[in-house]
Ligand binder design. Structure first.
Ligand SMILES: Cc1cc2nc3c(=O)[nH]c(=O)nc-3n(C[C@H](O)[C@H](O)[C@H](O)COP(=O)(O)OP(=O)(O)OC[C@H]3O[C@@H](n4cnc5c(N)ncnc54)[C@H](O)[C@@H]3O)c2cc1C
Ligand code: SF4
Length: 565
């Protein structure tokens, strides 16, 4: 059978559905100075920085009114939807809080030792010398959900108004100027009907709107369509699944692995690797990150991670321990060529993962997101002082910063990895060694949804869950603290009658068991099957948007409640 691409079955969704003019009567509109969508590293660094800058700007503070800065966050609390490695470069924390000692940051430890291993199914070989992109000395291991709570507390202390459990559902645009966002309705039933506790959303009108929605930002991608901001290449993503384990023996180093359980051959395009980080004396985290351009419809990142834990080298690290947290999220990996061509339009800027600010060669994004948030704050405060909503100075700041410099250096590094581990490894090493000079030119990023999918054999090797070392998806979702109402409207947009290859891709890819093919259709041999959706399992990792569907915004407060991933 010939491969089928998910992009041939686009989701029933139009960007124009989420862009519109304010609709509340003038008196009912909520007015704020700066509206920040997303309480992640980018949004919260921006919020803190705006407040710091306003300390020297009494006139502007007065003009911005009672709520100078509001952060709209869809998670139940700040940090609830944040997941990362997270091996963090310290530069942004140092810049944002120059008076805080690292011992006061929400981190587990400074990285003093690191190692990279190449795994076969039975053995682990140290990779020496250590590839420079894996060197992490001087970085700090944190939990980004804890970091989010910390940054939100600091922001609130400084006077920022944080609106948790609130999704920004619509971008408000008038005469091509962004005027703010509209929050989503609450209390709708499965068919969109108003329940007893129904509350309509509100227009939040702002002088400046910062979209800091993270990976696959819903409004950000709609804004890129509306204002024609897409970069030279399409964005591409990796999916990461992560677990936190309480362990008997502390881990003394940061570990990355390459190779098994991912298949080496270019025909599978299973590009990625694992991260295993110490989290203090009694915990470690272990995660697997895989590019969403793989070709086998039966590949599952969740189950590949379960398989990886059965490897003697990995098993030894968690033996006798207990899994205490789990989560999944995508990471943009297109790098320089996929970044939006402009980061600002009148009234609005984009910062962080939604603008592709990730250096995937080093698996780093937290500090870039925070630096971008701070640059956005500076540009916005400068412009608002002059009653202007032209934030182009922000584009310039990012352009001349470490963000663009680093991401440019690894601009052609992700692309060859889709050609298999050996070819990708050779090109990747040359690129690292020459600081980006080789291979030169522009290596194009493919759209993940345009990759043809085949029914292969990846799933044959996945272990049966034993509930000690290996687990099924539903147990994993339970551990994420997911609390989405069963009777909430379906927020996943996909076609529900598609070729088996596409349906199986979604079933296997989704780490939260949202999609199912009815048993009898699986056996039937029919080319097309139905896709059943249990949207309440969704942990909002974003992968479906990369692979032919669209994750829209569920009601604020739904989704995972990450504490320490
Ligand atoms: C598995 C994995 C491992 C990683 N490892 C590392 C690492 O070791 N080191 C590193 O530096 N980086 C790492 N990264 C990347 C890093 O986590 C991201 O670059 C960083 O978190 C981006 O920050 P952000 O603020 O842009 O977005 P996010 O952290 O995604 O935050 C966005 C926030 O916006 C909220 N939001 C989104 N849309 C809306 C909306 N419309 N309304 C309301 N709220 C909204 C979300 O709920 C979320 O809280 C990793 C990422 C993953 C997934
Ligand atoms: S349904 Fe939710 S959890 Fe599943 S792949 Fe899509 S976004 Fe991720």
């Amino acid at each position: 059978m010939s491969p089928v691409a998910p992009s041939e079955y686009p989701p029933p969704f139009e960007s124009s559905d989420v862009i519109g003019r304010p609709t509340d009567p003038e008196d009912d509109r909520i007015e704020v100075g700066v509206a920040i969508v997303g309480g992640g590293p980018a949004g919260l660094a921006c919020a803190n920085k705006v407040m710091q800058l306003l300390e020297d700007e009494p006139e502007l503070t007065e003009k911005l009114g009672e709520v100078p800065v509001a952060v709209v966050e869809k998670g139940k609390v700040p940090g609830a939807h944040l997941l990362s490695g997270a091996n963090m470069r310290p530069s942004a924390m140092q810049e944002l809080f120059p008076d805080l000692d690292p011992s006061e940051w929400p981190v587990y430890q400074e990285v003093t030792k690191d190692a990279v291993y190449f795994l076969t199914s039975k053995a682990a070989f140290p990779v020496k010398p250590m590839p420079p992109n894996f060197r992490n000395h001087g970085n700090y291991v944190t939990s980004v959900s804890k970091l989010g709570r910390f940054l939100a507390d600091k922001a609130e202390e400084a006077g920022v108004y944080i609106l948790p459990e609130t999704s920004a559902d619509k971008l408000l645009v008038e005469d091509r100027v962004v005027r703010g966002v509209r929050s989503g309705d609450r209390g709708r039933g499965k068919n969109g009907e108003e329940l007893g506790n129904f509350e309509p959303g509100n227009d939040l009108i702002a002088r400046a709107t910062v979209l800091a929605e993270g990976t696959l930002g819903h409004l950000s991608y709609a804004a890129m369509d509306h204002f024609d901001l897409h970069g030279a290449d399409p964005q591409r993503w990796e999916l990461g699944v992560k677990e936190v384990w309480e362990v008997k023996e502390p881990l003394d180093r940061v570990i990355h692995t390459l190779g098994w359980p991912l298949r080496w051959s270019g025909k599978y395009a299973e590009a990625g690797g694992s991260f295993i980080y110490p989290m203090g004396e009694d915990k470690i985290c272990i995660g697997l990150v895989v590019g969403l351009d793989y070709t086998d419809a039966t590949f599952s990142c969740h189950d590949a991670l379960q398989l990886m834990k059965t490897h003697p080298f990995v098993k030894k690290l968690i033996d006798g321990g207990k899994r205490v947290a789990w989560g999944a999220k995508t990471i943009p990996s297109g790098g320089y060529w996929s970044m939006p061509k402009r980061l600002s339009v009148p009234g609005m800027v984009m910062a962080g993962d939604n603008a592709g600010m990730v250096n995937i060669a080093e698996l780093k994004g937290v500090h870039y997101a925070m630096h971008a948030g701070m640059y956005a704050a500076e540009a916005i405060v400068d412009a608002l002082k002059q009653d202007s909503v032209n934030f182009e100075a922000y584009d310039e700041k990012v352009h001349n910063s470490v963000i663009e410099k680093d991401i440019y250096r690894s601009r052609n590094m992700r692309q060859p990895l889709s050609k298999g581990l050996i070819a990708g490894g050779i090109f990747g090493s040359m690129m690292v060694a020459t600081k980006g000079a080789f291979p030169g030119g522009h290596w194009k990023n493919e759209d993940d949804a345009e990759v043809g999918m085949k029914l292969g054999k990846a799933a044959d090797k996945y272990p049966e869950p034993d509930n000690e070392l290996t687990f099924n998806k539903l147990d994993s979702v339970f551990l994420s603290g997911n609390a989405t109402r069963d009777d909430a409207p379906n927020h996943i947009r996909v076609q529900t009658r598609v070729p088996k290859e596409i349906a199986q891709t979604w079933v296997s890819m989704c780490p939260a068991q949202v999609y199912e093919i009815p048993e009898e259709q699986l056996e039937s041999g029919d080319a097309e099957v139905d896709v059943h959706i249990t949207a309440s399992n969704c942990v909002q990792c974003g992968a479906i948007t990369a692979k032919g569907g669209r994750l829209t915004l569920p009601e604020g407060g739904d989704g995972p409640l990450y504490q320490e991933v």
